[in-house]
Design a protein around this ligand. Structure first.
Ligand code: NI
Length: 135
């Protein structure tokens, strides 16, 4: 059994400040101001509404891991992130259940350096896996 809980929905956005203002219009509030992730070359901001957490992700340079994705998908949601109580066990289970690793698990500066990784599945696309606060 996996021990997953939905943590956030990731949005690709071209202009993060403009996106924040638009989400504020809908009633979202900032729960973590924009920070720069030097590993992935992206700006990240977290917002919340009705218990739903969204992550706005904007590439800062063409070397960013999401630069190509933004060109392809434009402004759009692109992953759901799942928090796990047992990263290694759930990661291995996913790898034997039709999910393919996209990257190596690495610390996320915007999320208390918790370990994160991305996987993809032929029938549902990309997901993100993150250690929970206690791991
Ligand atoms: Ni994410």
């Amino acid at each position: 059994m996996l021990t997953l809980k939905v943590h956030h929905i990731g949005y690709l956005v071209k202009k993060i400040d403009a996106a924040i203002r638009s989400f504020e219009t809908l009633g979202y509030r900032i729960i973590q101001e924009t920070t720069y992730d030097d590993i992935r070359k992206i700006d990240i901001c977290f917002m919340e509404k009705d218990g739903y957490c969204i992550e706005l992700v904007s590439p800062v340079s063409e070397e960013s891991v999401v630069y190509g994705l933004l060109k392809r998908y434009k402004n759009s949601p692109y992953h759901i992130c799942y928090e796990t109580e047992d990263f290694e066990k759930d990661y291995q289970t996913l790898l034997t259940s039709g999910f393919i690793a996209i990257d190596e698990p690495t610390p996320a500066p915007a999320l208390q350096n918790r370990k994160v990784t991305f996987l993809t599945n032929a029938s549902m696309g990309m997901i993100e896996l993150i250690t929970d606060c206690r791991s």
